[in-house]
Design a binder for this molecule. Structure first.
Ligand code: FO1
Length: 340
């Protein structure tokens, strides 16, 4: 068990940039990525889940990509974490008058993103192309990469049958217990070349405190993804999305119960170690879960105990610096072991 480094800048070697890859879902992934992006000397690539994507009003919507995009651009809605700050809702009001679906709320400014994405797809551009264009237009320096350019659609099985991800998550407020998860299209999808080269070249790979089943799980389900992560020289450090038994955001805690396992930091460690042996080298857990560090260590996963909750921007930068310091430490230990 390690204690955190207090100086966020210490992760970056002087003069050289540290190449960091973050595997991210929506809000939790975006916030950790934002913290990493603000560290000095870091070259950031965010690989984002696209299993939550949907088509609505004839538009191609990629919620997690947009959440990361808006957060890194500093224009995200601070209350919800998704959508844009200072949003207006005129189009939403008109859609309601026309009797069009309004369960998935798209603000006026957000709608513009979806119009541009959809038009570019019609031109033949890929999700990677379009995300790069949107990021550039919003002044984002980090590389935001959709996990794949092929469509993958997450579905969950509930007591009422199979539901599309957003129907369950947004329309039904993720109230239904999830008994099974499936990723339609995943067999034919692949991580993009840019995702694979970023992983191979990384100095640190971080798994964001996103839902292990339907955010990170989707990314890891892509054929070739786990092999690429296992082959990477960089350590893989995950941040627990469960603190004191509860999910930081969303339904991950309830999913641990219904999908098997335990909603705890140890449960997160057991999940990753069981489903993807050898993948996660380190797990960052909250001080509230300090007593679980020894049991996590027995799974072959090192722990960093710190305050794992990101309440404000300062917290994001502090946590990102500590996580990166921990990853650097793990990398050095590995190098020493290989040399000796
Ligand atoms: N989440 C909600 O709970 N309600 C919404 O109406 C909603 C709309 C929405 C629009 C654009 C966008 O990029 C995200 C949006 N989200 C909404 C969030 C999002 O669907 C989920 O948080 C993620 O898919 C889970 O990571």
């Amino acid at each position: 068990m390690m204690e955190p480094h207090r100086d966020p800048a210490m992760a970056a070697a002087p003069g050289a940039s540290t190449r960091v890859v973050v595997l991210a879902g929506g809000v939790g992934g975006a916030r950790l990525s934002h913290g990493v992006a603000r560290l000095p000397g870091v070259e950031l690539t965010v690989v984002v889940n696209t299993g939550d994507d949907l088509e609505l009003h004839g538009l191609a919507i990629s919620p997690d990509v947009d959440t990361v995009l808006y957060t890194l651009a500093g224009v995200a809605n601070p209350e919800t974490g998704w959508g844009l700050r200072d949003e207006t809702w005129s189009a939403h009001g008109m859609l309601a008058r026309y009797g069009a679906p309004t369960w998935f709320r798209l603000g006026d400014r957000d709608l513009a993103t979806q119009l541009v994405r959809t038009r570019r797809f019609r031109d033949g551009a890929t999700p990677t192309d379009v995300t790069g264009e949107l990021a550039q237009a919003l002044g984002v320096r980090a590389r935001i990469l959709p996990m794949s350019d092929r469509p993958v659609r997450t579905h969950v099985r509930t007591h009422g049958g199979w539901l599309e991800f957003q129907e369950w998550f947004v329309a039904r407020g993720h109230a239904d217990d999830v008994l099974e998860v499936r990723f339609d299209g995943v067999e034919d999808a692949r991580p993009t070349e840019r995702v694979l080269t970023s992983i191979a070249a990384a100095d640190a790979i971080l798994v964001a405190p996103s839902n292990p089943f339907v955010s990170i799980g989707t990314i890891l389900a892509l054929p070739g993804m786990v092999a690429a992560l296992l082959a990477a020289a960089a350590p893989v450090v995950a941040v627990s999305p469960i603190v004191a038994g509860a999910a930081l955001k969303g339904p991950a805690d309830r999913m641990f119960e219904t999908l098997g396992g335990e909603s705890s930091a140890l449960g997160v460690a057991r999940h990753y170690a069981g489903a993807f042996p050898g993948l996660v080298d380190g797990l960052v857990i909250d001080g509230a879960d300090r007593d679980q560090a020894a049991a996590i260590g027995q799974l072959g996963i090192r722990t960093l105990v710190t305050s794992a909750i990101m309440r404000d921007e300062d917290d994001r930068v502090r946590l990102a610096g500590e996580v990166l310091g921990f990853a650097t430490e793990l990398r050095r230990d590995e190098q020493r072991r290989n040399e000796g």
